[in-house]
Design a binder for this molecule. Structure first.
Ligand code: ADP
Length: 318
């Protein structure tokens, strides 16, 4: 069985809300696939449909080529963490996992193995009621791993994690993928998936707005732009504009140049004796690329939409 999670043309309406509007993508084995989009974009609903917890109005969801409900011992194929809060607070972490293992017909030794994997061995006998959200996320992931599944699906696993936990989570997700598993991880923050996801499925308003490798997204978002730092900004702007470049001022007082290669910028500035401290190819931040992709699908926008304008105004005021 191929370890892929495949959703095709999912549509799902909750009363007046169209939660899924033709959601389609495939999660490949051996990769971390980031499932990213603003809150309300339909990520959790998609995961619930994959697990057979919500029935779609249209479309199909297949786990290794088979609907989840038709799998024999499904937790040995797909492990999922949807809601880290869904715990019996009175139970210890270990008893919670023992209960899960037993209900799935799995040996008790798996419990100690997964506790070790997620770093909860030392608190295994403590009641889950006293756990931070970050510890609950680890416990939920331990539960998903019990059946040694080849496919994994985690909904917002970075939520509530402290910086150390985030670093751990990134490494852990990568190690699961390097073992050949298909790993789908949702987040509403692109930054959480930096250095983690190989592939991205970006969603907004119930459908996919980009399905791309991380490398391709970064390259496309960077465009052919060059960043210039100089103390002689007016002179530099004049020289570059005369050569046909479009020049804008960035938020951190650098110049962003479109229409000229970096080598040409260096040549022009040197010929005109304009000093500069940096000329470099622009590397778009992932967050910026994400915001550009999803700007149409965010219902409540913050100040970001006016950021370019603010920079222009700042320049005019000088
Ligand atoms: P995400 O996980 O990307 O934040 P969700 O899948 O949770 O998005 O939600 C998608 C949309 O569907 C939202 O508008 C949400 O309010 C709505 N929705 C999800 N589940 C239900 C439900 N059980 N009843 C009503 N509306 C729902």
């Amino acid at each position: 069985m191929q370890a892929t999670i495949e959703v095709t043309g999912l549509r799902k309406r909750f009363g007046p809300t169209l939660a899924l509007d033709g959601m389609s993508f495939t999660v490949q084995p051996g990769q971390v696939t980031g499932f990213v989009g603003p809150n309300g974009a339909g990520k959790s609903t998609t995961m619930r449909v994959v697990l057979g917890l919500d029935a779609p109005d249209e479309g199909t969801a297949l786990v290794g080529g088979t609907p989840y409900q038709s799998l024999r011992r499904p937790f040995t194929h797909l492990g999922a963490l949807l809601d880290a809060g869904a715990l019996q607070p009175g139970r210890s972490a270990r008893n919670h996992l023992l209960w899960l293992a037993q209900s799935q017909g799995l040996p008790a030794r798996r419990v100690d193995e997964v506790l070790g994997q997620v770093g909860l061995t030392s608190v295994a006998r403590r009641r889950a009621a006293g756990f931070s959200l970050g510890m609950r996320q680890r416990l939920g992931i331990a539960g998903a791993l019990l059946g040694q599944p080849r496919m994994l699906m985690f909904d917002e696993p970075f939520n509530g994690m402290d910086p150390e936990g985030i670093v751990w989570m990134r490494g852990f997700l990568r190690s699961l993928a390097s073992e050949g598993r298909a790993v789908l991880v949702s987040s509403h923050l692109m930054s959480e998936l930096q250095d983690t996801a190989d592939h991205l499925v970006v969603v907004g308003r119930g459908k996919v707005v980009a399905d791309t490798s991380m490398a391709e997204l970064l390259a496309a978002a960077s465009g052919d732009r060059v960043v210039l730092r100089t103390t002689a900004r007016p002179a530099a702007m004049t020289v570059l504009a005369q050569a046909g470049a479009a020049v804008t001022v960035t938020d951190d007082d650098a110049l962003m140049i479109s229409g000229l290669a970096a080598e040409r910028v260096v040549g022009l500035l040197s010929a005109a004796a304009v000093p500069f401290s940096e000329v470099s190819a622009h590397r778009a931040s992932l967050e910026q690329a994400y915001l550009e992709l999803t700007s149409e699908s965010v219902e409540f926008r913050g100040e970001r939409a006016g950021a370019g304008q603010a920079a222009a105004t700042k320049e005019a005021a000088r």
